[in-house]
Design a protein. Structure first.
Length: 284
């Protein structure tokens, strides 16, 4: 591969359609404020570079980024990209990943609202993400060992798997389909509304009014802390360890717990036949 090292670029499309090249310890910033510095690149490796210009990676294929810094000025950094690996990067610009396919991110520190929209086959592991509307309308997403903070995450996703992660997020999983969360902490208000086939296994769930209007909801060996008005109008099979503050008008299925503060079966707008079973007395 060719090699570009220890240089500074700020002009428009500075390295446009670069191919088969390593870009090492370079800086993309300056007075010309040029956009799209590495647009349409093929088979490149960028390592220990700093980016402070808009739209640096668009329509790229077969690339890797390692130890790069994408500063806040780097808006919409990766759009329409395929087959990429991003390792130990700092990503600070808004809309950093969109309509991308087959991208692996590991060890990254991401602060980027609207991250990962309309993407497919994304793997995100061993890092931290702060974002609103994370992975909106995306499919085939895998998160492993991730610390996530933000609002409105994973809306309209399909085929999402999450494991060994901590999610601090309001309105998560709305309208999601075929999501599985394992061995994780899920904190937030109104989690899971309108979801289909949402499954949580060995998870800690915290926050008001979770899991309403769900279809095919399953909770296996989970705990629910400060969860009131849970499961309203949901089709649910839940095995909860410990206490649930309150359950309201479950549509169908069975909710088993050690104790429930209040079961509210009133003012329903549709017929509700869901059962609540207390594990200690087997009372329905």
């Amino acid at each position: 591969m060719k090699r570009i090292e220890n240089q500074r670029f700020d002009e428009e499309r500075a390295l446009y359609h670069l191919t088969d090249t390593e870009v090492i310890n370079c800086e993309f910033a300056g007075e010309q404020d040029g956009e799209s510095v590495l647009k349409e690149a093929r088979n490149i490796k960028a390592e220990d570079c700093r980016f402070a210009l808009r739209y640096p990676f668009w329509h790229n294929e077969d690339f890797s980024l390692k130890g790069v810094v994408l500063e806040e000025a780097t808006r919409a950094a990766l759009w329409y990209c395929k087959n990429g690996k991003i390792l130990d990067a700092k990503m600070r610009g808004i809309k950093a990943l969109r309509e991308c396919d087959r991208i692996e991110l590991c060890g990254c520190d991401i602060i980027s609202d609207e991250f990962g929209w309309k993407c497919s086959r994304i793997k995100l592991s061993q890092g931290a993400v702060q974002s609103e509307y994370l992975f909106l309308d995306s499919s085939d997403i895998e998160l492993t060992d991730i610390r996530m903070k933000g609002k409105y995450s994973f809306q309209y996703v399909d085929r999402l798997t999450i494991s060994h992660s901590v999610l601090d997020t309001k309105d998560a999983f709305w309208h999601s389909k075929n999501t599985v969360v394992r061995d994780s902490v899920v904190k937030g208000e109104y989690v899971g509304w309108y979801s289909e086939n949402l499954t949580l296994i060995n998870c800690q769930i915290e926050g008001t009014q979770p899991f309403c209007y769900c279809k095919g909801l399953k909770l296996i060996n989970c705990t629910m802390n400060n969860c009131d008005l849970s499961f309203e109008y949901s089709q649910v099979e839940a095995d909860i360890i410990g206490h649930i503050d309150s359950v309201k008008n479950p549509l169908s299925g069975t909710i088993t717990a050690d104790s429930v503060g209040t079961v509210i079966l009133e003012d329903a707008v549709m017929p509700c036949s869901g059962s609540v079973i207390l594990r200690d007395t087997h009372r329905t």
